[in-house]
Design a protein. Sequence first.
Length: 196
Amino acid sequence: MNQKEKGSKRVSIIVGGSGGQGILTLGKVLAMAAIKQKYEVSCLPSYGAEMRGGYVYCTIVISSNRGIFSPVSSEMDIGLFMNEQSCKMLVSYMKEDAYLVINSSLVKNCRNGNFKTSEIPATEIAEELGDIKNANMILAGVLGKIVNKNFLKFNISSLYSGAADVMAGKDLIEKSKINIKAGWELIKNGRCRKND
């Protein structure tokens, strides 16, 4: 039974990686997309003191119910990790049977717990599409699709709008849309390895 069938009106997400991977940008795009759909959103970025290469993570809670809710939880519904260090450090924040999305281009050993795992070679796909810096937008598309399929109604056009609000420059916005669409379509076309 998925969250829609249980009548859940909320999803909590943790996204982790290292500085320079676009973790906070991914969190902002997802949060803005949820706001476009009239959801209540709580988003909390966290990062180390290093300018690049240090840990970065972001927690996002999306809810269809009004009210005050905290983005801090040890019971996350979805965890998305762009590197191995973040996976090992943050996987304990996920509840049993949560959805785990890993950037399999960089994460080779993060299989703790009883999770519904999707292994997405995001860095490789982004490189094929022209720029490895867009791996975060591949994963934004994946996250949006998982939220839509299992928690709350979520559409790809709102992700495009979220990217347009966050990104600077028409060229960057268009590249982001291409990568978001590629990630969104991965969940249905089997490009990713899923271990449900």
